[in-house]
Write a protein of this length. Structure first.
Length: 428
């Protein structure tokens, strides 16, 4: 997946402009990073960088023959246009968000994911086209010469965006039906949320019954995948079965979060978060080894995305093996306002996983218990087989000198109601 070569650039208001993260994102998108240009100064409205530094950037692009310039800073339509004029023809000018969209486009596998990517791209491009329209209106002669292309493009984008926005709703019906079917089958739904570098996928492997943990092979442990601000490493979710204190559970590894996420981008992918919002419990996974201010910021960002949507949130501090015991206790105390009573684990060493399983079981909604008396018939045997698949059967008794079967079970409300209805329908 080689996209071309790129010069990365970043401006900081003060201090050092650090480019490790944008460089890793560029690499994830398939670019070969061949240089970096940085500057510490207030933002220039025309070039983002100062004029002199922008010209230096253009010279670097020409010298190394780079195909693209990738900014860690968000670029306005005017800045993108002016930088393009300075750089050699055909040089692609991208900012961080456009780069993320490019990664999304490469990773989208399902039709729903592709539509969400297209919608986000249109929301990104629309203000740029509208800016072009303003420039056309400021130069009436140029507008006439170009035939009003900007207005036509704006109408085209609006039309496509409106059509796409209506499609994910119909596709979400399929997801709703699947979730309903899982619940009717007696499964509790647990979602893993958080940032990609927190190793949610590795935690999924520790919890899931049918998956083997192989750190040598798993992508989440590969250094090229440990990109802290990689939003939505995959646009689809991964679901695995786990038995947690005799409760049938489906654990979902959901999309990853990012700091400083613009509202239009969150909105474009909101449907992707449905698996998280509709879970019985969300395990918010964080990297315990992050610097404390960064850890707090990530927890706050994640809480903001989940606020009012997820009913139950349990914070899981992963990578405990990277933090000294005393320091770990201090961090737990420092984040108590954002994450009360977190569970501390190390997916690398496998420590804390049993404690996490117990907490998950404690936090899941209580099951309803019931007792049914049924006739000892073939219909009842068929019903018992169904009940074993959908609930936790506590006991089955056949009283002496009785043609009855007494079954006691625990299940969620929906399954308990269905069980009662099925039992009532059995002929005596």
């Amino acid at each position: 997946m080689q996209t071309g070569s790129a010069i990365i650039a970043k401006r900081a208001d003060g201090g050092t402009a650090e480019t490790t993260k944008i460089g890793a994102l560029a690499d994830a998108a398939g670019y070969e990073v061949v240089g970096a240009v940085t500057q510490s100064r207030p933002e220039d409205s025309t070039y983002q960088l100062g004029r002199g530094k922008a010209e230096e950037l253009a010279e670097r692009v020409a010298d190394v023959g780079a195909n693209a310039v990738i900014f860690d800073n968000p670029l306005s339509p005017q800045q993108t246009s002016e930088l393009g004029r300075l750089c050699p023809d055909e040089t692609e000018i991208l900012d961080r968000y456009r780069l993320v969209l490019e990664i999304f486009s490469q990773q989208a596998g399902t039709r729903r994911a592709k539509l969400q990517v297209k919608l986000a791209q249109l929301r990104y491009e629309r203000p740029r086209v509208q800016a072009e329209i303003r420039l056309e209106k400021e130069a009436a002669n140029e507008r006439r010469a170009r035939g009003g292309l900007g207005e036509k493009e704006n109408r085209r984008i609006t039309d496509i965006k409106d059509r796409i926005e209506s499609k994910p709703d119909s596709l979400s019906d399929v997801g709703d039906q699947r979730r309903k079917k899982r619940r009717e089958s007696g499964f509790d739904l647990v979602a893993l949320a958080g940032y990609t570098n927190a190793r949610k996928s590795t935690l999924l492997r520790r919890l899931a019954d049918e998956m083997e943990l192989d750190p040598e092979r798993h992508d989440d442990l590969h250094e090229s995948a440990a990109v802290e601000d990689r939003l939505f490493k995959t646009l689809e979710t991964t679901i695995r079965r786990a038995e947690i204190r005799e409760r049938k559970t489906l654990v979902t590894d959901t999309v990853g979060f990012i700091q400083d996420l613009p509202h239009w981008l969150v909105e474009s992918f909101e449907a992707t978060l449905t698996e998280t919002y509709e879970a019985d419990l969300v395990c918010l996974v964080a990297d315990a080894s992050d610097p404390l201010p960064e850890l707090r910021e990530k927890l706050q960002t994640s809480r903001d995305l989940l606020d009012g949507e997820a009913d139950r949130v349990l914070t899981v501090l992963n990578k405990a093996d990277r933090v000294a015991d005393g320091e770990l206790d201090e961090r737990v105390a420092e984040i108590a306002d954002l994450a009360p009573a977190p569970v501390v684990v190390s997916t690398t060493e496998g420590t804390g996983i049993d404690a996490l399983r117990e907490r998950i079981a404690d936090e899941l909604p209580d099951l309803e218990t019931d007792r049914l008396e049924l006739p000892n018939t073939s219909e009842t045997m068929t019903f018992l087989s169904w009940l074993y698949d959908h609930a936790r059967v506590e006991s089955v008794r056949y009283p002496d000198d009785s043609e009855q079967v007494v079954v006691e079970f625990a299940a969620d409300h929906g399954v308990a109601e269905r069980a009662t209805a099925k039992a009532d329908a059995i002929s005596p």
